[in-house]
Design a protein around this ligand. Structure first.
Ligand code: ADP
Ligand code: MG
Ligand code: ZN
Length: 475
């Protein structure tokens, strides 16, 4: 029996306006090399200056994961040649990163949580992009110098489920913190997966391989599954030493296999040394204060929803999984509708409809405040649940006021005893035989009478009242 060991390195593109060491914009440019200057082109003599906002965002992440935020940190040069990096080195933080240690709690399928230790998070500059077109290769340096935060976990994960749970939590946190848009398709949240196996009970780690740049949670799980199988087979076939070597591999998404890309470099291969053009990064008290300003994070939110709002843990985890859902839910609550009904109307009714229409919560045609208003109208007996569902269907298609829809759809709930009794008397008069059968013990006929009253009232009768009054009348 083997145990899987996984450690993750995630590159998060920080959402600063300008690059890490120059004032070029990080925004999309329509022309290649438009967003460049002597510094990010690495022209001789140009000097880098650290982006204050990038440092603050890195620090904010550090505080969010209970890490040590170093008030002094150092930038190092990592030497390698590649055409998309004209300086022939990357500026990163090797010897003393801005964020060290820390922890992150992942939420597992069975409702439990697990603590994952963190190694460090360091600032570094992204490279440019090479594009290939037939015989011609081009270099676009628009992305060169974009700030990245590389977040390195300890090798604390033991399954692909845990790895995916970690990535989801990390993704959620950086979005709550608003330090990155973390769009995986666009490459602003890129993941390297380190995987090894060891016989159960053995303390020493096995040899790890690093699988580079996987851009979806699904592929992370698939790449780990393949790698675990490959390494396990090698072990069982007695060829572990020769087959499983420390190396960098690539995941082929079409074939579902990993392939050797290159031998893993040792740190010495990169000739790391402190960048002589950059001084120590020293953070000021103002920066610390600014970095500590942060929103309520998902773990705290989940606890508050449970403790103060009486939301079930499962629902709280679903709602807090993204800031968009949580903020939508909190907007619903401003209507004074009960949290319990808001949960149901958000997670079942609205998310169900959004799912069907392939829309995300950000694309919801109605706001949280409006859905909250709808729920409060049920609670105030202005409409019943069925009517509210019909109104929600309409609100998915058009931007009308709820009151206008209640009137035009004739859904204003009839709560008046007299009006409901009038309908009940009519129905009983028309169905004497059935009323008789009911009184003689055929209890399931009760549903028939409820249905008739609701139908005649056009669905607008208060169902609780209908039940109560029918019971009285039928005896
Ligand atoms: P490097 O600097 O060579 O990339 P690190 O020590 O920084 O190596 O580790 C990189 C990542 O690999 C970390 O996320 C770490 O948790 C993970 N890792 C280290 N050893 C193992 C192992 N034996 N199995 C799986 N992951 C590992
Ligand atoms: Mg590394
Ligand atoms: Zn520049």
């Amino acid at each position: 029996m083997f145990e899987t060991v996984i450690g993750l390195e995630v590159h998060v593109q920080l959402n600063t306006k300008t690059k890490l060491f120059c004032s070029c914009p990080t925004s999309f440019a329509h022309r290649q090399n438009a967003n460049t200057c002597p510094t990010c082109l690495a022209l001789p003599g140009a000097l880098p200056v650290v982006n204050r906002q990038a440092a603050i965002k890195a620090m904010r992440f550090g505080y969010a994961i209970n890490a040590r935020v170093n008030h002094h940190s150092i930038f190092d040069r990592k030497s390698y040649f590649y055409p998309d990096s004209p300086s022939a080195y990357q500026i990163t933080q090797m010897h003393k990163a801005i964020v060290q240690g820390g922890e992150l709690f992942i939420d597992l399928e069975d409702g439990s949580t697990k603590r994952i230790g963190m190694h460090q998070a360091h600032l570094e500059a992204d490279a440019g992009k090479n594009t290939h077109d037939g015989d011609i290769s081009k270099v676009d340096l628009n992305r060169a110098g974009t700030p990245l935060l590389e977040i390195v976990s300890a090798p604390d994960m033991r399954s692909s489920d845990e790895a995916v749970a970690y990535l989801k939590k990390l993704h959620s946190i950086v979005r709550y913190l608003d330090i990155s848009n973390a769009n995986m398709q666009e490459g602003s949240f890129r993941c390297d997966v380190n995987v090894s196996i060891r016989p159960k009970g053995q303390e020493a780690f096995g040899t790890r391989v690093e699988i580079k740049n996987i851009n979806s949670f699904k592929f992370v799980a698939a790449a780990i599954a393949y790698e675990v199988e490959r390494q396990t087979e090698a072990y069982e076939d007695g060829v572990y030493e020769s087959e499983v070597v420390q190396e960098t591999r690539l995941f082929d998404v079409n074939k579902g296999v990993t392939k050797s890309m290159r031998g893993k470099e040792e740190a010495a291969d990169y000739r790391y040394f402190p960048d002589p053009d950059l001084r120590e990064l020293i953070v000021s008290d103002e920066m610390i204060e600014e970095a500590k300003q942060m929103p309520e994070l998902p773990d705290a939110k989940v606890e508050r929803y449970i403790q103060e709002l009486g939301v079930k843990r499962y629902d709280a985890l679903v709602i807090c999984s993204t800031k968009e859902l949580a903020y939508f839910f909190e907007e619903m609550l401003t209507s004074n509708a009960s949290p319990k009904n808001c949960v149901t109307w958000l997670t079942t009714e609205l998310l169900g409809r959004l799912n069907k229409a392939s829309l995300s919560i950000e694309q919801s045609p109605l706001s949280g405040a409006k859905l909250g208003e709808l729920v409060s109208k049920i609670e105030n007996n202005e409409i019943n649940g069925k009517g509210a569902k019909d109104i929600l269907d309409r609100l998915m298609e058009e931007d009308s006021s709820i009151d206008a829809l209640i009137e035009s759809m004739g859904l204003r709930q009839v709560n008046d005893d007299g009006a409901i009794l009038a309908i009940i008397d009519d129905i009983i008069a028309q169905n004497q035989d059935k009323a008789q059968e009911y009184r003689e013990g055929k209890e399931k006929l009760f549903g028939f009478f409820v249905g008739q009253v609701m139908k005649i009232s056009g669905g607008s009768a208060n169902p609780a009242k209908v039940n109560e009054l029918l019971k009285k009348k039928l005896g």
